[in-house]
Design a protein around this ligand. Structure first.
Ligand SMILES: [Zn+2]
Ligand SMILES: [Zn+2]
Length: 365
């Protein structure tokens, strides 16, 4: 098969890899139908995530079709269409029993494109399949559900739910990239009073308006702290969501939140950040951090199926899976290309692949 392989900082290639096979009885193998690229993949390519070994296939978000199932898998069959999420759950450890799948200590958590081969590939091995993938209703397209693999549950759980967004609240989202926009989209489920989006890019702020932001602030031209205070009568935002992952934006969140308010960090940080306890100790803030657990994925699927969430709004570019290298170039140059999410679409199944799948179906029957 072909796959996007990481070869160390700055190095990636689309190359031939051995077809994945069942290793444990709880595994399945899926044919990837649609995949996408995450900001985290760019962090990996910068060398920010040293746990990723050279030779690893990248990618942790996909929609696929089950082509092979392990002997212990009971709830899935070949031919099922499934959402393969960024988080895998062993289903047995204490964290999984608590619904904290992102903290799984039994071999799950964020493993795709990190600790094992990922999903920017023609095929992928999916461990702990029964407790980790989500069957997709026939009437939903790949693009309607693809972003439930990461950005939507991440922004919803780590931003909106951790931030305890409530009706009438003023929400400030710092960073209007895919995660910030997903936070705006899912914050709206709670009828906030006002959503303020802050970014350096006018095109992203325009998107933020489309996604439901009421006010936008270009922090390159305006003093964001002064503007937020002006918009909130000097009080500050009830919830500040950090969706960038750099020291300046985290510190900004602590400055624009009201006394007793909530800073929800969603960004992936590669550098240490100063926590100004000399000013914050008296302000009664709650600061939360975390990786997504994906316990809300079934709820988000229901909202998509009921037409309450339009997850396709993130798509700005489409590439064939074979053009994953070009898709990375476009995604990495977001300032010029205005890319939010790029969809990698597998070409129609070739005869060779059909023959191989027929063989696999035959051998697992
Ligand atoms: Zn991701
Ligand atoms: Zn677990």
């Amino acid at each position: 098969m072909k796959a996007l392989v990481y070869h160390g900082p700055g190095l990636r290639s689309w190359e031939e890899k051995p077809d994945p096979v069942i290793q444990d009885p709880t595994d399945i193998v899926v044919r990837i139908d649609s995949s996408t690229i995450c900001g985290t993949d760019l962090h990996i390519l910068k060398g920010d995530v040293p746990a990723v070994q050279p030779g690893t296939v990248l990618g942790h978000e996909a929609v696929g079709t089950v082509v092979e199932i392990g002997d212990a898998v009971t709830t899935l069959a070949t031919g099922d269409r499934v959402l393969v999420s960024c988080i895998t759950s062993c289903g047995r450890c204490q964290s999984c029993k608590d619904g904290r799948y992102g903290l799984c200590t039994g071999g799950g958590g964020w493993i795709f494109g990190h600790l094992i081969d990922g999903l920017q590939a023609e095929y992928a091995r999916v461990p702990f399949a029964d407790t980790s993938v989500y069957k997709i209703p026939d009437e939903l397209s790949d693009e309607q559900v693809l972003f439930l693999a990461d950005i939507l549950p991440t922004a919803y759980e780590v931003g909106v739910l951790n931030g305890e967004v409530g009706p009438g609240d003023t929400i400030a989202i710092v960073g209007a990239g895919p995660i910030g926009l997903a936070a705006i989209m899912t914050a709206k489920l709670y009828t906030p009073g006002r959503i303020i989006a802050i970014d350096l890019s006018d095109s992203r702020l325009e998107k933020a308006h489309e996604f439901g932001a009421d006010e936008t602030i270009n922090s390159g031209r305006e003093d964001a702290k002064a503007r937020v205070l002006e918009l909130t009568g000097g009080f500050g935002a009830d919830v500040a969501g950090e969706a960038v992952g750099i020291p300046e934006t985290f510190e900004l969140c602590t400055e624009i939140v009201r006394p007793g308010g909530h800073v929800a960090n969603v960004g992936v940080h590669g550098h240490s950040v100063t926590l100004h306890l000399e000013t914050l100790w008296i302000r009664g803030l709650t600061i939360t951090t975390g990786l997504v657990d994906t316990f809300t994925t079934p709820r988000l699927l229901k909202l998509v199926a009921e037409g309450r969430l339009d997850a396709t709004a993130f798509v700005t570019h489409r590439f064939s899976l074979d053009d994953t290298m070009a898709a990375y170039d476009t995604f990495a140059a977001a300032a010029e290309t205005e890319a939010l999410k790029v969809v990698l679409e597998a070409s129609p199944v070739s005869e060779k692949r059909e023959a191989r799948e027929a063989e696999l179906v035959g051998s697992s029957a």
